[in-house]
Design a protein around this ligand. Structure first.
Ligand code: SF4
Ligand code: SF4
Length: 274
């Protein structure tokens, strides 16, 4: 995700621990090999991890094209192995496990230091943050405490987001605890989404071009609007990975991704009742 640099800093500053975490996983899966996928806009991380794994037979580094959402599970598996995963499958069905940088670090701490997951590195950034930084945070403290310790927000802040700008969630309050899935606090002095009014679809096709899952978002949106969940399913709505690319490029500012999240939840709920 744009803005988030916590995993990048972990790769630069705690790479030996991450490699030990990967080795612990390989010990549990003796027939496996590990590939560390890193986007090619992070040459320093590629160089360091390449050097530090050069003597490892079962670990290699694979530089990847810089393209959001390259870090998505399905995109990563396809980019590295050419294997395709859909919503009805787990990566293990195609012989893969995807672990992110922070998970490898947490595995290192669990195996080598007997330490449960009690802290994580978060990115605190955005133009309305006084001192943007990455910070190691104990789980359970509030987001407001973390922000305050990082210099606080500027007076003109209008929006906070937890997670990245594409897949994250707007926060109505910072008085919520940091949990293991918290990755960031983004603070902005303008709300780009609220500033642009929504209009009708002009059938420009930009959402289709942007979709990494090769879906047709404007048609799926129509199915959600008309509550036609069979059509939603037929059009592959469940394959949406909620990356936000279609919403980002849509000139009509239609909240496509949010509609698909609702559609997926609705279909799951219908299936669980049947
Ligand atoms: S990008 Fe927006 S306006 Fe263009 S086809 Fe898709 S939904 Fe319609
Ligand atoms: S959020 Fe939009 S672009 Fe992303 S996978 Fe879903 S439909 Fe495609």
């Amino acid at each position: 995700e744009p803005y988030l640099t916590s995993d990048y800093r972990l790769m630069l500053e705690r790479n030996e621990e991450i490699i030990k975490g990967i080795k612990a996983v390989l010990k549990a899966l003796p027939n496996a090999k590990a590939v560390i996928g890193i986007e090619n806009n992070k040459p320093e991380a590629i160089k360091i991890l390449d050097e530090k794994t050069s003597s490892e037979d079962k670990i290699s580094v694979c530089p990847l094209k810089t393209k959001y959402p390259q870090g998505g599970e399905r995109q990563l598996i396809y980019a590295i192995t050419g294997r395709k995963i859909n919503s009805k499958m787990l990566p293990a069905d195609k012989g893969c496990i995807v672990l992110n940088t922070a998970s490898c670090y947490a595995i290192y701490e669990a195996v080598y230091k007997n330490m449960p997951l009690i802290h994580k590195v978060m990115t605190i950034t955005g133009e309305a943050v006084h001192s943007p930084c990455n910070v190691d945070v104990p789980l359970g403290v509030s987001h407001s405490y973390v922000l305050e310790k990082c210099g606080g927000a500027k007076d003109d802040v209008v929006k906070f987001i937890s997670g990245g700008p594409m897949m994250g969630m707007a926060m109505s309050s910072l008085n919520v605890p940091v949990v293991k899935t918290s990755s960031s606090i983004l603070a902005f002095s303008k709300d780009d989404v609220a500033a642009l009014p929504q209009s009708a679809c002009i059938h420009c096709g930009r959402c289709v071009k942007a979709c990494p899952q090769i879906l047709v978002p404007q048609m799926i949106a129509k199915a959600v609007r008309s509550q036609n969940m069979d059509r939603f399913d037929e059009l592959g709505g469940m394959e949406c990975i909620e990356c936000g690319c279609c919403t980002y490029v849509c000139p009509a500012k239609i909240p496509l991704t949010q509609m698909f999240k609702l559609g997926k939840a609705e279909l799951r709920s219908m299936r669980s009742k049947n």
